[in-house]
Design a protein around this ligand. Structure first.
Ligand code: ZN
Length: 318
């Protein structure tokens, strides 16, 4: 079977406060805000995209900040942890840096070979990890807050917490081109490439309390596919196997289909093109509020309903 799914495209989560979200991901973690737009399904709310300097798929963490959103509950049937990749020698740097901003981390633990992991949470309680490793050959990127030698390289992977792993594993393996590549205790790892950035772990927690969506939880996980043709092939594969899939939706920066995996996590398959430079030059990504063409005529009303957010980079410089 030719691989139509190449890895992770983006992770989208729910937040409460847009400015705090910007401070955390661009300020403290040093990611680049690559797009400031609106939730296409709820235009009174921002959709903030963070990634590497080019906004490459596989580095993109996005948020819908809903002011005053009810906090969610962590549990099974959720993407429970999003992991970022850092160089092996940078773990102490990051523990210190997070401490400076009053963010506590767990004691580093070894997971699989060559992986040292610390867990922490953003201001809404979203589960995050830094995974220090030597396997990741991608370059870090820096905007001045963090020395480039310590910078986050992109995602390492994600963890799906499930009551049992089999049905989710079967979908990943049989319909989404993910192979089982490692297993330890109750953790089962899948990937289409085996590389950092594309790792999907299922953490089996039998009898665990079911998660509830809300602030500080992940809304969906998007996988990457090369183009519109490969996306339709994946869509056919899913529908042929009885999966209920949406039509292709135009998300301006990619095209998307959505479906729920058997354990309850909302999955998306997103095309790599056209990308974030479709409506603003690469060097100015994320600076202006961008709207999809079908919302341009409402710009004045939309902008009036959004709070201004700006990053005071000096506050976060090392
Ligand atoms: Zn998405």
């Amino acid at each position: 079977m030719i691989q139509k799914i190449t890895g992770i495209h983006h992770v989208t989560a729910l937040a409460s406060d847009a400015q705090k979200n910007l401070d955390f991901y661009a300020g403290i973690l040093g990611l680049r805000m690559v797009k400031k737009t609106i939730n296409f399904d709820a235009p009174d709310v921002y959709h903030l995209y963070y990634g590497n300097e080019n906004g490459d798929p596989g580095t993109i963490m996005t948020f819908f900040p809903f002011p005053g959103i009810r906090p969610g509950r962590k549990g099974t049937g959720q993407l429970s942890v999003t992991s970022f990749s850092i160089p092996m020698d940078s773990l102490d740097y990051w523990i210190e840096r997070l401490k400076t901003f009053k963010i506590s981390t767990t004691t580093p633990t070894q997971r699989f070979d060559d992986e040292l992991v610390v867990y922490f949470q953003d201001f809404d309680g979203l589960g995050l990890e830094l995974v220090a490793n030597q396997k990741d050959k991608r370059n870090g990127f820096s905007y001045g807050q963090i020395p480039v030698a310590h910078a986050i390289k992109g995602f390492y992977g994600v963890t799906l917490m499930q009551d049992s792993h089999q049905r989710t594993a079967a979908m990943l393996n049989q319909l989404l081109d993910h192979q089982p590549i490692a297993e330890k205790g109750n953790r089962f790892r899948f990937s289409p490439s085996g590389k950092p950035g594309d790792l999907v772990d299922i953490l089996q927690v039998p009898g665990g309390e079911r998660g509830l969506g809300g602030g500080g939880t992940v809304h969906h996980l998007a996988f990457a596919t090369a183009n519109d043709d490969t996306q339709l092939e994946v869509r056919d594969r899913l529908t042929d196997n009885g999966v209920d899939v949406t039509q292709v939706l135009d998300r301006q920066y990619f095209h998307s289909i959505y479906f729920r995996e058997p354990g309850g996590v909302l999955f998306e398959v997103a095309t790599n093109p056209p990308g974030f430079a479709i409506d603003e030059p690469l060097e100015h990504l994320g600076e202006a509020i961008k709207l999809p063409p079908w919302q341009e005529s409402n710009r004045i009303n939309i902008e009036a309903g959004l709070v201004d957010i700006t990053l005071n980079a000096d506050k976060f410089r090392d």
